[in-house]
Design a protein around this ligand. Structure first.
Ligand code: HEM
Length: 558
């Protein structure tokens, strides 16, 4: 028994020395958690003890977990799927709620089949089609903020905390209004109803305002926030959530009903028009695009129903899960970083005014942010994603015994990939011998993968990697360089983020519109979180409270 419960280590891989029989490395970790209420920074602290960017950790006796902070090793592992498949701890959280969606599927024939039909919807052409809807939804947010500004009065000659308001609830409405409209065409319209309520009821406190969720928005929020990530028994947690008359079961029923109906109606519409126009006609939302693609494949292969209604529903629900909090958290972080850096706001505003003077006359368009005209905006979005570390971690398991940096890692080892740390990695966080590699001046396309890796440390290791400095993404010719550093906010390989182009589009569009309109005034320390404490660690690193005091540029000395 003693031997069974003794902690097991993988020979040759660094680990803490002072660990205990049975509890492994859990005790120091829990002590850290008690002090900070955080787990992730503990892994970062440990990585400093073990230069090279990987070590092992034992939560309790039994098997060790490999923790990987080396960005190149993370990338290689993610690219070698299915040898390194999604870990069961990740997949099991999603299986009970969306069994047919990508989060629940390993890289198998079913996932590939889904991807053939769903994959093409993230094409630039389709995203361009979706962008006017996004712009109009973001406009609603600015109408709401303008009303709040008016109700709070002129931003001068008042105590410093006046004129400020907290915006994470508004940002949540924005993200869920956008993803609902983009995913299945029935936007939740919560910003509209919130505008109506604020107009009629006014403030609900000194600087507080009511918000109004639609029934579908409420159901969706409950549904996507239901993941039992802290449960060791996710199936049982869902069993309890689904007991009759719980709010969750009502929300789930409503979401299923709306999605099922949209799929069935969408299929009927597509079958009622000629095949040649099916894909051109149905471009209103991702669901329409998926159904058009499905129809195209059916025609080619002479088969009916390429995916079941439940499979499409689960993939759509996956988009609701994946495209809601991830985007609202990233927008929240963007606002915090911009508020803390007035000089960056000024530079961005000037760049936008110079590069896109037409924005005085018309609303923002897809081409504005994809023409390379505003490299500083591209740099800001990459820097937000790097510093925000919205997806701090994900997990993989090796399906065969594997050799990693010369050490044998037994089959089925749990591997924690510290994605968020990749963007702060320095050369000492990798065991790849970068000094023996040469960084040639050839085009990226022609570079070998190792040479590309070396060039990913183009930015200087100036001890300043925790700071928000968009300039690190700009090359000596003033152009945006997406490979300037090893940041990997969307993961890598076949199972990298499916919605990354959509997420970047949303972020760029929002920051463009925000910066064109408002300067975010500095805040008192009590509201600006200078110590970086106001965030929650769950599946995502989510900012807890974001306050703003927006001023029109005409009110600011530039
Ligand atoms: C800033 C926002 C976002 C971030 C940081 C983010 C990050 C990620 C990461 C790191 C993964 C890979 C997880 C893993 O392999 O273990 C992932 C997967 C995924 N993301 Fe995102 N994501 C964002 C927004 C979105 C949006 C807007 C959508 C779609 C509407 C989306 C859809 C997905 C899907 C479907 C997967 C699973 C892909 C698969 O399993 O094949 N994400 N995301």
């Amino acid at each position: 028994l003693y031997r069974r419960l003794a902690i097991k280590r993988i020979p040759g891989i660094p680990h803490l020395e002072s660990t205990e029989w049975l509890f492994g490395d859990l005790r120091p970790m829990l002590k850290y958690y008690k002090r900070t209420k955080r787990f992730h920074p503990y892994y970062a602290e440990l990585s400093e003890k073990f230069p090279g960017g990987f070590y092992q950790f034992n939560f309790v006796a039994w098997e060790p977990t490999l923790v990987v902070c080396d960005p190149f090793l993370i990338e290689d592992i993610m690219k070698k799927d299915p040898l390194f498949r999604r870990s069961d701890s990740f997949v099991n959280v999603f299986i009970p709620i969306i069994p047919g969606g990508s989060f629940s599927l390993q890289t198998n024939a079913t996932w590939r089949h889904h991807r053939r039909i769903i994959g093409p919807v993230m094409s630039p052409k389709n995203l361009k089609h979706l962008s006017p809807g996004m712009v109009r939804t973001a406009e609603k947010l600015f109408i709401l903020w303008e009303m709040k500004r008016q109700m709070l009065g002129e931003p001068t000659a008042r105590p410093v905390e006046e004129g400020c308001f907290e915006i994470m609830p508004d940002i949540s409405l924005l993200a869920s209004d956008i993803i609902s409209k983009v995913a299945f065409g029935k936007g939740y319209h919560q910003l509209e109803s919130t505008i109506a309520v604020v107009k009629s009821k006014g403030k609900s406190g000194v600087n507080e305002f009511p918000i109004e969720r639609s029934q579908l928005g409420w159901a969706s929020s409950l549904y996507v926030n239901s993941l039992p990530i802290e449960s060791n028994f996710p199936r049982f947690s869902y069993f309890l959530k689904r007991l009759p008359f719980t709010s969750f079961s009502k929300a789930e029923r409503l979401i299923h009903k709306v999605l099922n109906q949209a799929i069935i109606e969408g299929r009927q519409t597509i079958r009622s028009v000629a095949s040649s126009v099916a894909s051109e006609r149905n471009q209103g939302c991702l669901l329409d695009m998926v159904l058009a693609k499905e129809y195209e494949f059916e025609q080619e292969q002479g088969k009916k129903a390429m995916m079941t209604v439940e499979e499409i529903r689960d993939e759509m629900a996956t988009l609701l899960f994946a495209g809601d909090e991830s985007v609202s958290s990233s927008i929240g972080w963007a606002i915090r970083f911009l508020t803390q850096n007035p000089h960056i706001q000024r530079k961005l505003h000037k760049d936008i005014k110079d590069a896109l003077p037409e924005l005085e006359e018309r609303e923002a368009q897809y081409e504005d942010i994809n023409s390379g005209k505003a490299p500083y905006l591209d740099a800001i979005v990459q820097e937000v994603l790097r510093v925000a570390k919205t997806t701090m971690t994900t997990a993989r398991t090796n399906s065969e015994e594997t050799v990693i940096y010369g050490q044998v890692v037994p089959k089925n080892t749990e591997i924690l990939l510290m994605l968020g740390m990749a963007g702060e990695a320095t050369k000492s966080n990798t065991l790849i011998d970068l000094d023996t590699l040469t960084d040639t001046e050839v085009d990226d396309e022609e570079k070998s993968s190792t040479s590309k890796k070396n060039s990913r440390f183009r930015w200087s290791d100036d001890g300043n990697l925790a700071s928000f400095v968009p300039e690190r993404w700009i090359d000596s010719n003033g152009k945006f360089d997406p490979n300037a550093g090893p940041s990997m906010p969307f993961g890598a390989g076949p199972r990298a983020c499916f919605g990354q182009k959509l997420a970047v589009l949303e972020l760029k569009m929002f920051i463009l519109m925000l910066s064109h309109r408002y300067f975010l005034d500095s805040l008192p320390d009590s509201l600006s979180d200078p110590q970086d404490l106001m965030w929650k660690e769950a599946v995502l690193r989510r900012p807890l409270e974001i306050w703003i005091r927006p001023r029109l540029w005409s009110e600011v000395d530039i």
